[in-house]
Write a protein that binds this ligand. Structure first.
Ligand code: ASP
Length: 582
């Protein structure tokens, strides 16, 4: 038997027991004639003791062990004189009587501690060593528990987990597809699914009623810290539902996860906010409502006083930062640089400090104290507050810039407590978004999303105003999930495809199977998908989803451990009827 117990298991109640443990050598300390070893496995650490005076040969063997050697040891549980209250096994130690080296280890390229000395690249190259670290392992344990609880909850609600294919058909709408050449069909390609969207809708046509799947999705996008080319969704679909049914059921799932995984009992219903309100009040379609600092529109107050930048703007708005009037010139310059970054794109930042003598702004010469008094009143600002103002020629773009500034300030002022969770639903998204580069409308969610029935008439007259039956769940400023009520009528689906610029033939070629299926009794249906990686990272309190994925890719989409993607040899290329042009 390799072990009788794990390294996280033994307590004071086990005193005097003879036990066998197996694990990795975390640390060796020599003190006088004694050698102490911390033995580690997935479950914890246990201290082993070797005493020169009792068994010099054994102690010498212990002195020759190296970090990460794999050993098996037999010994007796004893009470520790120097107890470690931070360790669950900290009251005991093992007086070792037998030691076997099961395997040696090369010196690991970084320390296996919570705060490791290994940089990102080296940790990813040796991810199997990195995964021995508590912090990373704990995230994966949380991920495991989350998938178990998701399955438990959805099973309890009558959902069936159904697998859908990974080799499917390429559809250019949305992100770029990863494609896979078919050997048996030369010149033809499969695509990897960006999501199982059409399949889950077909399962509704098939009468499955309630479907879910914890499923890998693939999108060939440029990567940021919180994106991976392959990621996991909790994908769900339901029949005979309206938006309200979906929101209720999945609010219930989120609350179940908070209760079972974080011990947080959320009694209140989640806030509901229209997309329009979210943009207006927070400058974001995924507002972080853990803190206030809402956007206030200032067109009435500041336009038309001779300050040309404001006078020509389509939108002027600001935020009030409580107690920040004491910000230094340097801090204000940093904020100005922040909003001028190309990613944010504002032209400049105007500020106003509220102090005992009144309002002092960077554009004082254009405004009377009376107008500045109105500015103060618009925010209900008080002495000590700082008002920051942006303007622009595009209303929503400027709101988004203000929204970014709001988040930046909250980060600086530490208002974004990771252990405080603020959940909401953003509803009533517009159905389409106009793209001025390509001069066409795009579906904001996807082309299968149903317009609100009362807005269908606007499709011909004012398409930008058509609202979708679509919703996102947002937690702490992160979109953790989103979905919609679908179109289940083939005529309306055709009409939307046509509106989005698909010719009759193109729509038929790409989505003919779906439109055809809708001819055979499609029930009203809707659903949503959560991003599992993001949800886990939020629960774990980490910023990057990479820390919650066992074997993630870097921001060039590479797996540096197995060195993928890589070239394939000419024989394989031949078989696939492919030539590489360089
Ligand atoms: N398939 C959608 C997505 O991946 C989610 C949904 O509409 O259910 O975003």
């Amino acid at each position: 038997m390799f072990r009788t117990h794990t390294c996280g298991e033994l307590r004071i109640a086990d005193l005097k027991r003879t036990v066998t443990l197996a694990g990795w050598v975390q640390r060796i300390r020599r003190m006088g004639g004694m050698t102490f070893i911390d033995l580690r496995d997935r479950y914890g650490l246990t201290q082993l003791v070797f005493n020169q005076e009792i068994d010099a040969v054994l102690c010498e063997e212990a002195n020759h062990l190296g970090r990460e050697y794999v050993i098996r040891t037999i010994g007796t549980v004893a009470e520790r004189s120097n107890k470690n209250p931070h360790l669950p096994t900290g009251d005991i130690e093992i007086i070792v009587s037998e030691l076997t080296v099961l395997n040696v280890s090369a010196t690991p390229p970084f320390t296996i501690e919570d705060d490791t000395d290994g940089g990102d690249d080296i940790r990813m190259q040796y991810r199997y060593i990195d995964l021995r670290r508590n912090a990373v392992r704990a995230n994966l344990e949380l991920r495991h528990k989350m998938t178990i609880e998701v399955r438990r909850y959805l099973d309890g609600q009558g959902f069936l987990e159904v697998e859908t294919p990974v080799l499917i058909k390429s559809t250019p709408e949305g992100a770029r597809d990863f494609v896979v050449p078919s050997r048996m069909n030369p010149g033809q390609f499969y695509a990897l699914p960006q999501s199982p969207q059409t399949f889950k809708q077909l399962l509704m046509v098939a009468g499955f009623d309630r479907y879910f799947q914890i499923v890998k999705c693939f999108r060939d996008e440029d990567l940021r810290a919180d994106r991976q080319p392959e990621f996991t969704q909790i994908d769900c679909e339901m029949s005979f539902v309206e938006q309200e049914d979906v929101l209720q059921l999945f609010e219930g799932m989120s609350k179940h996860l908070f209760r079972t995984l974080k011990g947080i009992d959320m009694q209140e219903p989640f806030v509901r906010m229209t997309w329009h309100d979210a943009m207006k009040r927070y400058g974001s379609d995924k507002p972080d409502i853990r803190f206030d600092m809402q956007l206030v529109e200032l067109m009435d107050v500041l336009k038309g006083h001779g300050f040309s930048l404001f006078d020509e703007a389509a939108y002027i708005g600001g935020i009030c930062v409580k107690g920040a009037a004491a910000f230094t010139r340097k801090q204000l310059d940093e904020l100005t640089d922040f909003v001028k970054r190309p990613q944010i794109g504002a032209k400049g930042l105007v500020y106003a400090r509220i102090d005992d003598d009144g309002v002092k702004s960077s554009v004082d010469k254009f405004y009377t104290q009376e107008t500045l008094g109105l500015l103060k009143a618009a925010f209900r600002a008080q002495t000590g507050d700082l008002i920051l103002i942006l303007c622009g020629d595009n209303v929503n773009r400027t709101r988004k810039q203000l929204g970014e500034l709001r988040l930046e300030l909250a980060n600086r002022l530490r208002l974004r407590d990771k252990e405080h969770f603020a959940c909401l639903w953003v509803v009533d998204f517009p159905l389409f978004e106009w793209d001025s580069d390509t001069q066409r409308f795009y579906a904001i969610h996807h082309p299968f999303t149903s317009p609100k029935p009362e807005d269908i008439a606007l499709l011909d007259t004012d398409p930008a105003q058509v609202r979708a039956n679509a919703y996102d769940m947002v937690i702490n400023g992160v979109e953790v999930g989103g979905g919609s009520i679908r179109i289940h009528d083939s005529a309306l689906q055709r009409r939307i495809f046509q509106f989005l610029g698909f010719s009759e033939e193109k729509a038929e070629e790409q989505f003919g199977f779906l439109i055809n299926a809708f001819r055979f009794g499609a029930p009203p249906h809707g659903g949503l998908a959560y991003g599992l990686d993001r949800l886990v990272s939020l629960f774990a309190g980490v910023d990057s989803i990479r820390d919650c994925i066992a074997f993630p890719k870097n921001n060039m989409g590479r797996d540096v451990m197995i060195d993928a993607p890589s070239r394939i040899d000419d024989v394989q290329l031949d078989e696939l009827s492919l030539t590489i042009s360089e």
